[in-house]
Design a binder for this molecule. Structure first.
Ligand code: ZN
Length: 310
């Protein structure tokens, strides 16, 4: 059964897509050398291994309110074309089976949200049906922040400058044809939902349904939004990639090479951690391996992540 958390009368379930192979994202956070990773003891064993490598995960969350079921971020998906990160393409993972184990059929999902439109956050938007991509969640409104959508559509159309394109993906790999990768993500995972009339574009900080709202956390992308869940005086937040790895809780100034604006990313992270440290805010990490939900507590010059189950 999936890990779940209760926030007032809202239930959040983690749906695993797959763990990321150790080493796959080495170097993504430049300062996180093996020595630097080893210096943060609480990362072991869940978020780092003995070799001093950071550990990562690909998963989604279903947020179930008394009235709606909301999928937050949609992983890499199966059978996608991902020349930029070949290990994340052509997948065949039992994500929908795990969704069913958690109690949800694709037809049950009312909203699909994305913290941002990178390839590992929109993949399960669609499934391959014969030789065509069709929306996985036929009854859902795919609800995206307009600025984020327009930026990626601009990249897809080739309107943006080449410098911007360098940041358009999760990670600048060895031989990135970023333009064609962005086009592929749009064609396979986003356009079919647009064509089916299922996409709604909303303003920054939009309330999706009572208790669930987008919250601007810029830096990884300009339009990046986390998702705040609030009920009966309790509060939680699904991070997306503004906290890419828990080591950034210990070292908030360390940004990711995938961030489009590293200074902005550090600023957003630092302000957030300062605001929630020592509070009851449940932080749900989007790429945290092992226990992915927990609280932030002050720890030396930085903070520490205290995982909590349920
Ligand atoms: Zn990501």
């Amino acid at each position: 059964m999936p890990t779940t958390w209760q926030i007032g009368d809202i239930k959040v379930s983690q749906i695993l897509e797959m763990p990321v192979e150790p080493g796959e994202l080495d170097g993504l956070i430049e300062e996180a050398t093996p020595e630097a990773v080893r210096s943060v003891e609480w990362l072991y064993p869940n978020y780092a291994n003995d070799a001093g490598q950071t550990l990562w995960s690909l998963h989604a969350y279903v947020v179930e309110t008394p009235t709606h079921r909301v999928l937050v971020d949609a992983g890499c998906g199966n059978h996608k074309t991902v020349p930029l990160l070949p290990n994340w393409g052509g997948l065949d993972n039992p994500f929908l089976e795990r969704l069913a184990e958690a109690g949800y059929q694709p037809e049950d999902i009312d909203y699909v949200l994305a913290t941002h439109l990178h390839l590992d956050h929109v993949g399960w938007n669609t499934v391959l049906d014969g030789d065509k991509w069709r929306p996985t969640f036929p009854n859902a409104r795919y609800t995206y922040v307009r600025d984020e959508f327009d930026y990626h559509r601009g990249l897809e159309e080739g309107a943006a400058a080449t410098d911007d394109l360098a940041h358009a993906v999760v990670y600048q790999g060895a031989d990135p044809d970023i333009h064609s990768q962005t086009r592929l993500v749009f064609a396979e995972s986003i356009q079919p939902c647009v064509d089916a009339g299922l996409v709604d574009l909303v303003d920054s900080n939009h309330e999706v349904t009572p208790g669930v709202r987008y919250t601007a956390t810029p830096g990884h992308t300009t339009g990046h939004h986390s998702v705040t869940v609030e009920s009966q005086g309790r509060i939680g937040l699904v991070t997306g990639d503004f906290i890419h790895h828990p080591i950034q809780i210990a070292r908030p100034a360390w940004s990711s090479r995938g961030d489009s604006d590293r200074a902005q990313s550090a600023e957003t992270r630092t302000a957030f951690l300062r605001a929630v440290a020592g509070s009851e805010t449940l932080v749900l990490g989007t790429h945290f391996s092992g226990p992915s939900g927990g609280h932030i507590v002050p720890d030396g010059d930085g903070y520490r992540f205290l995982p909590t189950e349920s």
